[in-house]
Design a binder for this molecule. Structure first.
Ligand code: GRF
Length: 199
């Protein structure tokens, strides 16, 4: 059984896709042992509770320093000893010591075809705004390993999505989620079930 921890800051629709894939058995031998959010009101936490998954809120605001927050985050993660940490819309960048400790065991989903529209400042709706501004005809999503850089880790899986003539950032965001992210994230996790981990 591959035991995973999912870190999310918002709606958690990608978490929902993993939960659904486990329920409908397209993703087997995976258990979500922890959902953690930096945002107490994240719907991702609600989704976890609704599915009897341990849900932990850890807000940087409740700590006097950023380092204290990171230490607590590290300790919660270590206590749960996940085989794989999945960043699914987690808006906190992880410090180097956590990335090093869980080397090759942290993956992230990004809503573009890396290396396009990624790196500093490219998150959320902004990614889709930039893609439309540039006038690309194809975009998509990428699951990649997390290393010390921003969106620089080794690519695991990608899926392309057509950009339509009348797309808005919001319509494109929805289609990228539905046609790419919700499909490739459970698939990427399945690779780890098969191989233990991929390097
Ligand atoms: C997704 O677009 C993901 O790629 C990005 O943040 C968004 C999170 O969406 N990193 P959700 O919270 O999973 O619905």
């Amino acid at each position: 059984m591959l035991r995973i921890a999912v870190l999310a800051s918002g709606n958690g629709s990608n978490l929902g896709a993993i939960i659904d894939a486990i329920k409908n058995k397209s993703l087997e031998n995976v258990s979500i042992d922890l959902v953690l959010s930096n945002n107490k009101t994240a719907y991702a936490l609600e989704r976890a509770r609704n599915n009897n998954i341990k849900a932990v809120a850890l807000s940087p605001k409740d700590f006097s320093t950023r380092d204290d927050f990171y230490e607590e985050l590290f300790s919660v993660l270590k206590d749960n000893s996940p085989d794989l940490i999945v960043l699914a819309g987690f808006l906190v960048s992880l410090p180097e010591f956590i990335i090093k400790y869980f080397k090759n065991r942290i993956i992230n989903i990004h809503p573009s075809l890396i290396p396009s529209f990624c790196g500093k400042g490219f998150y959320g709706i902004n990614v889709h705004k930039k893609a439309l501004e540039r006038g690309v005809k194809i975009t998509g999503a990428t699951v990649h390993f997390v290393d010390e850089g921003i969106d620089t880790g080794k690519i695991i899986i990608q899926k392309a999505v057509d950009v339509l003539e009348d797309d808005t950032p919001e319509s494109l965001q929805k289609r990228v989620l539905k046609e790419a992210e919700w499909i490739i994230l459970p698939k990427a996790i399945a690779y780890f079930v098969k191989d233990g981990h991929r390097e």
